[in-house]
Design a binder for this molecule. Structure first.
Ligand SMILES: [Zn+2]
Length: 1095
């Protein structure tokens, strides 16, 4: 018996299928139907850090309304103009009508006690006190491989000494002499490796190293540089040897592919065998040996032919610096994964499979586990016990993007309708029916895979089992065969037991002096006239169900009646911002097509109405309050689009003062720069979440606006923040309009609640992202779009079982754009292990970095930034030391041995450590830092990957006719050739770097000028020229933009030009001007930390 008649049979395993009724691909993907815009609204736009801009020209007026007329006059003036223009036949709106306006119930007083920022108090994880001793930063900055170890010492593997100088404090990037030297007369191990690529097997190496291995002592004293506060659950000191399962190193045959390096770390161990230790399994050749020559490293280290082939006596080494080609290369890892895993589809049928990297293009086939586009994990093999997990220190986390957009050739989740009975769930833990539920007793009952509870199968859901115990209809039902699917929710899942109304969008436009003067208001109003035709729709719907409303404001609010029956829009002014209410119900939220004429008229009139405004002051909290009250009155969820220009200093709830103070950087009070000024914003956010009111904030600041405070409401309601510093229409309109178009057209789930259930043994304990939590389990999202992720951390609460593995089920309850209440379910099964090596073999570094960045970026709210950095370093060292101790083959501690899956952990972690939030340069503003902090909070793994390690693409190296993206090079100045042109992008910024010796023909083809000197530095648009190179470069820029969720504005940078400093900030393998370590230096430092843990 199958009541599910409306469900068409599911072809086995998620082949691409036509859009299923009731669900559709996002409208901005070019499938939105016949009325789709000719020019697809594609890429979008990114933040412009203030330092990218030229200084504001003549707009540095004081924020307080010094030159402005008294507010009352200004308001009266606005009012008169407004009524004059709107007034024909308008009997509703007298000039003083605000006084008589009906007050709606439900206005909430402000001033509730301050709630903690960003997250729920229960799960905040405070850092401990700052470390008191060693200056890690100083060490990093001055790290050198000491040349003082001159005559190669025997096996002790001394490596570099303490920092001997703060070389390169001069500000230029180091490219010579910095990385220490090897003693005279002996070839560096690196050159040795280059001479013998891939000749060793793990077995050989392990044998060759066995003699020099010294088992690390347990429980060594905590070293000064490791005094960073512990992470939650973090063990003290080094890895313990007390774990019975992990005392001994596994036999060589069982080794995971380890990645070993000796070269960076001082003199090589003695030549006790023909094989040079430390160069065995280099499967992907990322240690230089198997790679082609690099431009700047032709052959710096002449190979010593006899080295390694004869166990000679130790000889003095020649001065050598560490070859950057010899350390793990992100470019190589990405390329290898593309080559190895980009060709076959990723089929999700097998538990615990590590998916291809986020940088690899691959097709996903759902065979019972959620696609990695929805869920990625730090590890796909979880330690069975919490002791093991504590020992490894590898965070167990999942980065979940419940409404992720899929490529066109992958099917959106099916919608399953169980009618009035609703989705089938476990009676005890409330988990939803999924492929892992076990049917028993001939199909009459099922055992819950999460809590083991035995449940009756309702008669209408009964089905016979086949000889394997599987229901015979398993492949006809998405919830029994697929990792991801949706259920239609019944009325029980709706607020107040009432099916929801379609959501509404309210556009709230700052019309103060700054907004008018820059042309923003005119640009925005013009754009909205056409953009309103592209509101998100569902399925084959002719038009969007979403209703719209309009508000303008400065220090008072203007509401507009745009009812279709009116000849002209009507304005109502509310000046009592202290106790906001909505002055009209009927005619405020309307259907776009019905009210088109009135709306168009309004958008035509707004720029004119305020053209002469001299009002510079704005309010902020009352604006959001008004929008939220309007949704409440209309009994619907929705989104507010707020376009705002200045620090809200007008007298009103949420009034702010300029509290920016760069002197706080590197002090214990630095955290206050990231905290909101007042609790009014959190109080308001809480009310918004209760109403399902999500806020997207577009900021256009000329100076400090306190992003840390203004972004609280967007952040807690699942919204987005966009920032356009020193906005000028001519320079920034493309970026702003691209972002706006994409944002307005995004498919959004409203009034959402997400719950992550797990099988017995682990549970979700911490959450990161843009949302609100009022208890410890439910993630509340006023709105959730396809770009937002929620990162969830898990902890053990019992022993896990290798056989049954571990299960996650993410259930998202939300209201669709058409007002349908739905549940989206994602399931994922992971393996469990009793050997640490299995954990390290199945990790995903990109996801680890996503988690660690979010953890750190939340930490700065409560702890000194230095303490946060130290915590990251300590955790990374513990992760790698545990591997070294328990999983790697015995060898000298002079070698740095990294797990194959984590060999990029040091380079990526260093990028997080030197990011603007954790180590700001002088040019980074407080607002920039707060902005980036909140952006990263909801980034997915692909976004954090490129954000922290930018992509650098040489443009003239590959043949002009080549249509594929050129292979990237490492983000270091040493990789730049002055005869070439490069594109660099990180998802928010896009640079075109032009070398000083670029051929004149190339300059002509791209810029239409005859020489390098004639290229305009800072150019943001390339001329449209009809030649292959120009077309190729512009095409590539378009394609990069299309891949990112925000529009990246182009900046042309010339070599040796002033702007180059901006560009160099993104060459993350180099030492940064703000003191961030180079990759090589950081790797040395990390090795030192690991050795301290092991000794
Ligand atoms: Zn259960």
């Amino acid at each position: 018996m199958n009541v599910n008649q409306s469900i068409p049979p599911v072809p086995p395993f998620g082949q691409p299928q036509p859009v299923y009724p009731g669900y559709h691909q996002s409208s901005y993907s070019g499938q939105s139907g016949s009325t789709a815009p000719a020019i697809p609204y594609g890429a979008y736009n990114g933040p412009v850090p203030a330092y990218q801009q030229t200084p504001p020209q003549g707009i540095s007026r004081a924020l307080p309304s010094s030159g402005a007329p008294p507010a009352s006059t200004a308001q009266a003036a606005c009012g008169q103009v407004a009524y004059g223009q709107f007034g024909q036949g308008d009997v509703q709106n007298g000039p003083s009508s605000t006084v008589q306006m009906q007050r709606l119930p439900g206005s909430q007083p402000f001033g509730s006690p301050l709630a903690p920022v960003g997250s729920q108090p229960a799960v905040l994880q405070p850092y401990g006190p700052p470390p008191t001793s060693t200056q890690v930063t100083a060490q990093l900055a001055g790290m050198q491989i000491s040349g003082a170890v001159a005559p190669a010492p025997p096996s002790s593997g001394l490596g570099y000494g303490p920092p001997t100088s703060l070389a390169s404090a001069s500000g230029s990037f180091p490219n010579s002499g910095l990385y220490g030297s090897y003693p005279q007369g002996q070839a560096s191990p690196i050159s040795q490796a280059q001479g013998h690529p891939g000749i060793q097997t793990p077995q050989q190496s392990a044998l060759s190293q066995a003699s020099s291995f010294t088992p690390p002592a347990s429980g060594g004293p905590r070293l000064p540089s490791m005094t960073g506060p512990l992470l939650p659950g973090q063990d003290f000191g080094g890895p313990s040897v007390s774990q019975p399962n992990h005392v001994s190193s596994p036999p060589p045959q069982a080794l995971p592919p380890g990645t070993q390096m000796t070269g960076s770390l001082g003199p090589p161990p003695p030549m006790h065998s023909p094989q040079q230790p430390g160069y065995q399994p280099q499967q992907n050749g990322s240690f230089g040996s198997a790679r082609g020559p690099q431009p700047n490293y032709g052959s710096p280290y002449p190979a010593a032919p006899t080295f390694g082939s004869q166990p000679g006596p130790p000889q003095p080494l020649p001065p050598k610096r560490l070859d950057p080609d010899a350390i793990p290369s992100p470019i190589q890892v990405i390329e290898d994964d593309r080559n190895n895993r980009g060709t076959e589809p990723f089929v999700t049928g097998v538990r615990g499979q590590v998916p291809p990297l986020v940088t690899t293009n691959f097709l996903v086939k759902d065979q019972g586990n959620a696609s990695p586009r929805y869920i990625r994990c730090t590890s796909y093999n979880i330690p069975c016990t919490s002791d093991m997990a504590k020992q490894a220190q590898v965070p167990l986390a999942a980065v979940i993007k419940p409404l992720a957009r899929l490529p066109p050739d992958e099917a959106s989740p099916y919608v399953v309708d169980h009618g009035e009975s609703g989705p089938l769930r476990c009676n005890r833990c409330k988990a939803y029916m999924c492929p892992f539920m076990q049917f028993i007793e001939g199909g009459r009952r099922f055992q819950c895979c999460f809590c083991s509870c035995i449940n009756d199968v309702p008669p209408q859901y009964f089905q016979h089992l086949d000889h394997t115990g599987k229901r015979v209809d398993a492949y006809d039902r998405p919830e029994l065969s697929l990792g991801s699917y949706e259920f239609l929710a019944t009325v029980d899942y709706c607020k107040n037991n009432k099916f929801p109304s379609p959501p509404a969008f309210i556009f709230m436009i700052d019309v103060s002096y700054n907004a008018i003067r820059t042309g923003l208001v005119r640009l925005l109003c013009e754009e909205l006239k056409s953009l309103l035709d592209f509101l998100p729709r569902e399925g084959g719907a002719e038009e969007s169900a979403i209703r719209v409303g309009f508000v303008t404001y400065n220090k008072v609010l203007h509401f507009y009646n745009v009812k279709s029956s009116l000849a002209q829009p009507q304005m109502m002014v509310v000046s009592d911002v202290a106790d906001m209410f909505v002055p009209l119900l009927d005619g405020f939220l309307v259907n776009v097509s019905e009210s088109r004429a009135v709306i168009t008229s309004l958008l035509d009139q707004i720029p004119e109405m305020f053209a002469d405004t001299r009002e510079t002051e704005t309010v902020f909290v009352p604006v959001i309050q008004a929008g939220m009250e309007a949704l409440k009155a209309a009994e619907c969820a929705g989104k507010l689009f707020l376009f705002h220009t200045s620090l809200p200093i007008a007298e009103a709830p949420g009034k702010l003062k300029n509290r920016d103070d760069r002197k706080l950087i590197n002090t214990d009070k630095e955290k206050t720069l990231f905290q909101p000024q007042t609790g009014a914003y959190q109080t308001l956010a809480k009310e918004c979440v209760a109403q399902g009111c999500c806020i997207d904030l577009f900021l256009f600041p000329n100076q400090y606006v306190d992003v840390a405070t203004l972004s609280v409401v967007p952040q807690l309601t699942g919204g987005s923040v966009y920032k356009y510093a020193c906005f000028q229409v001519e320079n920034d309109q493309e970026r702003f309009l691209s972002d706006l178009r994409r944002d307005v057209q995004k498919v959004v789930g409203f009034d959402a609640v997400m719950r992550v259930r797990t099988s017995t043994g682990i549970r979700a304990v911490d959450f990161f992202g843009a949302f609100y939590m009022s208890n410890t389990t439910d993630v509340e999202l006023a709105g959730l779009d396809g770009d937002k992720t929620v990162t969830v951390e898990f902890k053990h609460d019992d022993r896990l079982n290798e056989e049954s593995g571990a299960l996650l089920q993410c259930a998202l309850l939300y209201t669709s754009c058409a007002g349908q209440r739905r549940l989206r379910i994602h399931n994922l099964a992971l393996n469990c292990c009793t050997q640490l090596a299995d954990l390290y073999r199945n990790c995903e570094t990109d996801t680890l970095i996503n988690y660690m960045a979010k953890f750190a970026y939340r930490g700065v709210l409560n702890s000194p930034v230095k303490a946060v950095r130290d915590t990251l370093i300590t955790q990374c060292a513990q992760i790698l030391a545990c591997y070294r101790k328990n999983c790697a083959s015995p060898s000298s501690t002079g070698q740095l041995i990294l797990p194959e899956c984590m060999k990029l952990l040091p380079v990526y972690l260093n990028c997080v450590l030197k990011s603007d939030v954790l180590q700001p340069g002088a040019e980074v503003t407080t607002d920039d830092r707060a902005y980036v902090r909140q952006l990263v909070t909801s980034m997915d793994v692909a976004e954090t990957n490129v954000f922290f390690y930018p992509r650098l693409l040489p443009l003239t190296k590959s043949p002009i006719e080549s249509t594929t993206e050129p292979p990237a090079v490492r983000a270091s100045e040493e990789r730049l050739s002055n005869g070439d042109i490069y594109l660099l992008e990180n998802g928010l910024n896009l640079f075109l770097w032009v070398g000083a010796s670029v051929q004149q023909g190339v300059v002509q083809s791209l810029f239409s000028v005859s020489s390098f000197s004639q290229i305009t530095s800072g150019l943001s648009v390339l001329p449209v020229l009809d030649n292959p190179l120009s077309k190729k470069v512009r095409g590539l820029i378009d394609s990069l933009r299309a891949q990112r969720s925000r529009y990246m504005k182009l900046i042309v940078v010339k070599q040796e030009d002033k702007l180059e400093m901006l560009f160099k900030h993104f060459l993350v393998e180099d030492k940064s001007l703000s003191g961030g370590a180079s990759y090589v230096d950081f790797l040395c430092h990390m090795h030192k930390e690991i050795r301290q843990l092991l000794s």
